[in-house]
Design a protein around this ligand. Structure first.
Ligand SMILES: *Cc1c(COP(=O)(O)O)cnc(C)c1O
Length: 369
């Protein structure tokens, strides 16, 4: 592997392929696979990830917002793209780029239908989102008569898919709640199927849903975090391989005498002589202040080095007192050790937040091995 000379986020595309194959092996070959590449492919690179997944045979992609989908189309991605959370202001761009909207409220549905009529669209595919307990986005069961009326009166739109999202699919203690969500979803699907003129397909499961509730895979599953290497449970984490490694180097080494302080607000006070290393990465790169002051560690030559003092905008300082290392040496912020999951959990957050927070200032490097 080439020597690291600055802060980089290394993305391993063979790990992506591995994760894709593992996740696919958990579902029926006939079930479609939607890969969630929102937020720059969970902080990696949406275009490169989407193209690789398209090449591997992924059926569908999903992004959160229209602009994310436009970027994929501009890069030449051809497979269907679901936009999970579009706003009416962006519907024109959505249509121009052949993106499929999630319609999640009467407001959004009416706006989209009006535009579809104006443009004379023919059976444009949409995904109807139902709220079955997450209470974030979606129609309720009570909205079904209105939806049936609207869709049975128009041929501008086609309710190709209905979907919902589980609130706690990773948590076995919430099994009863999850089953309730599934039952609500099935009841909605039955009522729509009885009345809508077009048959609708269904999707429900996210990564943890695939791993814990694969019975309910229906016609398609939606996976994000699993593709990036995390299964929200130690058993599944072992099967998957994190695709991202955040690496940096030691910029400078200092010897801090007892009683001296390090960094802003003098937050670290040295009790004994301490050797510190300054790294060219800070909260502007996505390593937030919650990771400072001894909450979490990075590794230098595979040894733990805790982040000391406050995280600065462009730098962090680590304790390397007992580590044999030099200026210019490589530092792993997260990757194999520590994993993004453990790095995040030491500061009471989750891999999703850590990964998607790595700012665009950090150079992305793609490795095929
Ligand atoms: C982000 C998202 C997903 C992906 O969830 P993972 O836990 O990352 O697999 C699936 N569905 C919806 C609606 C989402 O917003």
């Amino acid at each position: 592997m080439p020597k690291v000379t600055e802060t980089i986020l290394e993305i391993n595309l063979s790990h992506l392929e591995h994760n894709y194959r593992i996740l696919r092996s958990k579902i029926d070959p006939k079930t479609k696979f939607l890969a969630v590449v929102k937020a720059f492919g969970y902080g990696s690179d949406a275009v490169i990830i989407a193209k690789k997944l398209e090449e591997l045979g992924t059926d569908y992609l999903a992004v959160a917002y229209v602009q994310e989908g436009v970027q994929l189309r501009k890069a030449g991605v051809k497979i269907p793209i679901l936009v999970l959370h579009p706003q009416p202001i962006n519907f024109e761009a959505l249509l121009k780029n052949k993106l499929e909207p999630s319609l999640y409220s009467k407001h959004v549905l009416k706006h989209f239908l009006a535009l579809a009529e104006k443009k004379g669209l023919k059976e444009y595919p949409v995904h109807l989102k139902f709220n079955t307990g997450l209470n974030r986005l979606g129609f309720l069961e009570d909205d079904i008569p209105l939806i049936n009326d609207l869709f049975n009166q128009t041929n501008n739109l086609k309710a190709s898919w209905i979907f919902s999202h589980l609130a706690a699919s990773e948590d076995k203690n919430e099994n009863a709640f999850t089953i309730e969500q599934i039952e609500t979803f099935e009841s909605i699907a039955t009522k729509l199927d009885l009345q809508l003129k077009n048959a609708t397909f269904k999707h429900l499961l996210n990564t943890s849903g695939i791993l814990n509730y694969s019975t309910y895979q229906y016609d398609m599953v939606r996976s994000g975090i699993g593709l990036y290497g995390f299964g929200n449970h130690p058993d599944f984490d072992d099967e998957l391989k994190p695709i991202a490694t955040l690496k940096t180097i030691i910029s400078q080494i200092h010897t801090i005498e007892p009683g001296k302080t390090v960094g802003y607000n003098r937050a670290f006070k040295s009790k004994a002589q301490t050797k510190t290393a300054t790294l060219p990465i800070g909260h502007a790169d996505g390593i937030g202040r919650q990771y400072g002051n001894g909450t979490t560690y990075v590794t230098v030559n595979n040894q733990k080095a805790y982040i000391i003092g406050n995280v600065c905008m462009d730098m962090i300082m680590i304790d390397i007192t007992d580590i044999n290392c030099q200026e210019g040496d490589e530092v792993i912020i997260f990757g194999k050790n520590p994993t993004a999951d453990s790095f995040a959990s030491n500061a009471n957050t989750i891999s999703y937040e850590l990964l998607t927070g790595i700012s665009q200032r950090v150079k992305r490097i793609f490795v095929p091995y």
